[in-house]
Every structure is written in structure tokens, then in C-alpha cells.
Write a protein that binds this ligand. Structure first.
Ligand SMILES: *Cc1c(COP(=O)(O)O)cnc(C)c1O
Length: 356
């Protein structure tokens, strides 16, 4: 750690916190934020002084590159409070590394660990009371970076803003969803930015997802550009249970290396579940749905942890999955094991949790 970075941190606190009027029971995911945010500017080839200040709008030149060329990346992670009021991060090193991989792919500067993780810890220390205890409660953390240099010249920006926002979150049972398998649109391509957590990946998904929703589905399962392999579900990695084996695709240029995905695989293997990490063909899943061996499909990501899927449409046909009792569901067993570990209600044999 470079002590100077944190010693120079500038802190301006709100005159009065809004926490007393905040409803922690009625939480729409990612809709409301805590009192403070962290900001840091990149200029003249280096990151500047970090600042924690009241959450407020930011002002940018209308020609700032982010508005025109979408040079923007982000992360999603969570903090948890245990029964002794200690606060824990879950595998923050993974988000830090992935953020810098995304940065490099989008021609943005990498950021140092002292700013990303050190800065985040300082911010959460100030916002301690916004982290609630109990299974399913967390503080969602949204670090992001945008290109701020003015001028609509189609070249990478030389100036950037790094920012961290915090949003109290609660996991609630959202019900099972119906999905459509993409047979025309694509989210990502070989050599593209699908493996980066880039804003542009999300805007590319909105229109096909809207069409799927108009047709009565909640989400799209993305396929590769030949529409042969199943890759991600919405903005989550995706798992298929056939008989007693869980299949998920290996990560690639097109598939985001999800922290939830790899944590579920590690926990699952620890608990004795069998995984096969290999490309998953659409035909293989359709066949398994027809012959009754396809038992479950679920998405995996930080926000919802696990999202169960009840059925899917492929071309003209809809395939309904069999009803699996909650106690027999691999999706729910894995979700419970992971969330208990994150909330410090179970042992952490992997040493994934990091105390703030
Ligand atoms: C963020 C994200 C995921 C899930 O990653 P986690 O680290 O588990 O939150 C999966 N797919 C896409 C496209 C994503 O953007």
C-alpha cells in the first residue's frame, strides 16, 4: 500500500445524513444511493487525489468522449455485515483485476489497488450504517470509469473519472423467469468486448431484450454469433442441470468471467456437485428438454446471485422445465451456500471474504 494515496484522501461529509428517512424494507435494486461517493480524476497520465464527498450530480462538457463513443466500464460487487457488526467484502481482488482488464480493452488507464480497494474501504467505513445485517442484506457497490475529455475526436480520451457509488440492497425472491434463446441478435462476438464489463454491452442488449419482453419473456439467453452455443442469460452467466450434472460454458471473448459463476462452481464442487465446463449446444439443451433430463436452468450474477428459469422459447417452440421442489433445487442449494458464506453465516473455507 502507498500510504500517501490514502493519507491525501480528501473527505467532505454531508451536513446531515438521509439514513433516518431511508426505507430499508422497500428497496428497488440499484435505485437509491448512500450519502457519499468516491471520485478520482485521471489527467496528464496519472490518477489524482481521491475525494469522498456528498452524493451529487457531476458536470461534464457536452462533448466529453463518454457521451459520443461510449468509453465507459463498471463493476458490481457487494459488502455484508456480520452478527458482530464487522463489514466484509467478497473477493474484491477479482473485481479489481476484472476492472483493469475491462479498462485495457476499452483503451482506458488501469487503476491501482490502493485507489480501487483502499478507496472503497474508506468510503464504506464512512457509510457503515448503510450496511444491514442478515441473510440477503448487502450494500451493492458500483465502481465505474468514464472518458471525460472534451472534443468529438474519434480517439481515446486522455482524461477519465473514476467513481464509486453505494446502494443498499436486499435479495428477495423474484420468482422464476421465462427466457428466449437468441437466434438472430448477438450480445458479443469473437474479438469483441463481450468479456469486458463495458457499458456498450448493455446498450446492445436493450433492444433485443425489449423485443423478448414484448413477446412475453423476461430475458434473452445469448448465443454465439452462429447461434449454436448457449452463452449467457441476460446479464448473468448461465448454468444448465441435466440429470445431476451442471453444465456451463467456459469463459471466452464473448462471455464475462463472473465472480458468482466461478464461486458457485468452487462451492458446488466442495459440496459434491458435478460440473462440466464445456461449450453448451442449443441442440443439446433442446434435446434434453424433450427427453426430460433437463431439470434446471439458472443465471448467476452478483445482483440477484441466482435467477431460476422455468422455461425457454427456441424458434417456434416453448419448453417448460419440470417442477423441482425447492429443497431439491441445485440453484437454490448453491445460492444458499454462497449467500451464507458472504453474510458470514457459514464458514469460508476459501478465504474469499475480506474484512474492512
Ligand atoms: C456482471 C456480469 C455477469 C456476472 O458477473 P458477477 O461477477 O458474477 O457479478 C455476467 N455476465 C455479464 C454480461 C455481466 O456483465
Amino acid at each position: 500500500m502507498d500510504a500517501n494515496i490514502l493519507n491525501n484522501l480528501k473527505i467532505t461529509k454531508v451536513a446531515s445524513s438521509k439514513i433516518d428517512t431511508f426505507d430499508f424494507e422497500d428497496l428497488k435494486f440499484g435505485a437509491k444511493f448512500t450519502d457519499h461517493m468516491l471520485v478520482c480524476e485521471y489527467k496528464n497520465g496519472e490518477w489524482g487525489t481521491m475525494e469522498i464527498k456528498p452524493y451529487a450530480p457531476i458536470t461534464l462538457d457536452p462533448s466529453a468522449r463518454v457521451f459520443h463513443y461510449g468509453q465507459a466500464i463498471f463493476e458490481g460487487m457487494k459488502a455484508y455485515k456480520d452478527e458482530n457488526d464487522e463489514i466484509w467484502l467478497f473477493r474484491p481482488d477479482q473485481n479489481f483485476e476484472r476492472f483493469n482488464k475491462s479498462a485495457i480493452r476499452l483503451a482506458m488507464p488501469a487503476i491501482d489497488e490502493d485507489r480501487f480497494i483502499g478507496g472503497l474501504k474508506e468510503l464504506i467505513n464512512i457509510e457503515k450504517d448503510w450496511v444491514r445485517k442478515g441473510l440477503g442484506n448487502s450494500l451493492y457497490i458500483r465502481p465505474f470509469m468514464i472518458a471525460t475529455e472534451s472534443g468529438v475526436i474519434a480517439s481515446p480520451s486522455n482524461e477519465f473519472l473514476f467513481c464509486i457509488l453505494l446502494s443498499p440492497a436486499k435479495s428477495y425472491y423474484s420468482g422464476k423467469i421465462k427466457v428466449q434463446i437468441a437466434d438472430y441478435y448477438s450480445r458479443a462476438a469473437n474479438g469483441g468486448i463481450g468479456a469486458a464489463k463495458a457499458a456498450g454491452n448493455y446498450s446492445a442488449q436493450f433492444y433485443p431484450t425489449k423485443l423478448a419482453q414484448e413477446a412475453g419473456f423476461n430475458q434473452v439467453i445469448w448465443t454465439d454469433s452462429t447461434h449454436t452455443h448457449l452463452e449467457e442469460s441476460g446479464t448473468m452467466n448461465v448454468f444448465f442441470r441435466i440429470d445431476n450434472t451442471l453444465f456451463t460454458a467456459p469463459t471466452s471473448d464473448r462471455i464475462l468471467d463472473g465472480v458468482t459463476r466461478k464461486s458457485l462452481i468452487a462451492i458446488g464442487e466442495h459440496l459434491g456437485f458435478e460440473f462440466k465446463i464445456e461449450p453448451v449446444k442449443v441442440d443439446f439443451i433442446v434435446e434434453a428438454a424433450k427427453n426430460g433430463t433437463l431439470k434446471e436452468i439458472f443465471g448467476a450474477g452478483t445482483a440477484a446471485v441466482v435467477n431460476q428459469i422455468e422455461g425457454f422459447q427456441y424458434k417456434e417452440d416453448y419448453y417448460q422445465l419440470p417442477v423441482v421442489a425447492d429443497e431439491d433445487s441445485y440453484a437454490l442449494q448453491l445460492k444458499e451456500a454462497l449467500t451464507k458464506l458472504q453474510n458470514k453465516l457459514a464458514d469460508d473455507p476459501f478465504n474469499w471474504t475480506v474484512k474492512i
